[in-house]
Design a protein around this ligand. Structure first.
Ligand code: ZN
Length: 256
C-alpha cells in the first residue's frame, strides 16, 4: 500500500479510482483519508491540511497524519508540497526531489517518542527507493527536474525575510517550504519509507526584484498540477513491491 500526502492544490481524492472516504482514529485525533487505487496499486490519499484544506502549515496534525497512513496500511509515502527557490538555478515551474533537509521549525510536536529515548538514523534523510521512482517519473512529465536538493523547512506561516533567505543559502539550503518537517522524521520514526516531490512555485524573497504575491503562487501551483498528477501516478506504479531500503529497521535499532 502506497500513501500519498497531498497539498499545494493536490487535493482531489478522485486521483484514486474506487476511492472511499475513511476516518481513522489515531492517538493524535481522527484523520480523514481516501482509500482506493492508483492503477492497480492500493493507495491511501491524505490531504495534509485536513478535509477543508484550511489548517495552516504550523497547525497541521503531522503525528496524526503519519499515524493514520500507517494504520491504513501504507508502508511507503509520497509527499507532495510546494517550495520557494533559494537559487536562480532552480527556476519556478521545475520540481525537486530533495535528498536532504534542514529542520528550522519550532513549536511543532516533532517526535512520536516523548516517553522513551529513541534516536533514529537520518544519514539517508529520505527513502532512496521512493526517491528513485519519483525522479524517473518526474523526468517523464516535467521539463526541469532537480534530482537532489536540500529542503529547508521554516515554521511559517509568513514568508522569510531577505536576511533569512541569505542565511538559508549560507546553511546550504536549495529550496524552502513549510510542511516537509517533521513529516519526514515522523515517517522514519514510524518505520515508513518517505520521499518528497516539491514543486518550485516562486523565488524566495530577495532572489529577484519582484515581491511574492499569493496570486502568482496559486497560478504556478495550478500550472504544475497536471504534470504532478501524472508524475505521482507513475511513481506509485514504479515503487518496488518489496522494500529493499533500510527505512523499516530504523526505530527498532534506535531505541536506547
Ligand atoms: Zn525506504
Amino acid at each position: 500500500m502506497i500513501g500519498i500526502i497531498g497539498g499545494t492544490g493536490f487535493y482531489d481524492p478522485h486521483f484514486l479510482s474506487e476511492q472511499e472516504k475513511v476516518t481513522i482514529e489515531t492517538a493524535y485525533g481522527d484523520c480523514q483519508v481516501f482509500i482506493g487505487r492508483v492503477g492497480r496499486k492500493k493507495t491511501v490519499f491524505l490531504p495534509r491540511h485536513g478535509p477543508e484544506h484550511r489548517i495552516p502549515p504550523h497547525r497541521v496534525n503531522y503525528r496524526g497524519n503519519i499515524s493514520a497512513l500507517k494504520l491504513a496500511g501504507a508502508e511507503r509515502i509520497i509527499s507532495i508540497n510546494s517550495v520557494g527557490s533559494l537559487h536562480k538555478g532552480l527556476a519556478p515551474g521545475g520540481v525537486v526531489v530533495p535528498h536532504d533537509f534542514i529542520d528550522l521549525t519550532r513549536g511543532r510536536p516533532s517526535t512520536f517518542y516523548d516517553d522513551e529515548t529513541v534516536h533514529v538514523d537520518l544519514s539517508r534523510s529520505y527513502c532512496e527507493e521512493v526517491r528513485a521512482a519519483l525522479i524517473g517519473c518526474a523526468k517523464a512529465h516535467f521539463k526541469e527536474v532537480h534530482e537532489k536538493g536540500v529542503y529547508v523547512c521554516t515554521e511559517g506561516p509568513r514568508f522569510e525575510t531577505p536576511a533569512e533567505v541569505r542565511m538559508l543559502q549560507l546553511l546550504g539550503g536549495d529550496v524552502v517550504g513549510m510542511v516537509g518537517l517533521p513529516e519526514a522524521v515522523l515517517a522514519r520514526e514510524a518505520g515508513l519509507c518517505y520521499a518528497s516531490i516539491s514543486s518550485i512555485v516562486n523565488y524566495a524573497c530577495g532572489i529577484t526584484e519582484n515581491p511574492l504575491t499569493i496570486k502568482e503562487l496559486k497560478e504556478a501551483v495550478s500550472a504544475n498540477l497536471g504534470s504532478m498528477k501524472k508524475a505521482v501516478a507513475c511513481a506509485v506504479s514504479k515503487i518496488p513491491e518489496k522494500r529493499g531500503c533500510s527505512c523499516k529497521q530504523a526505530p527498532e535499532e534506535a531505541r536506547v
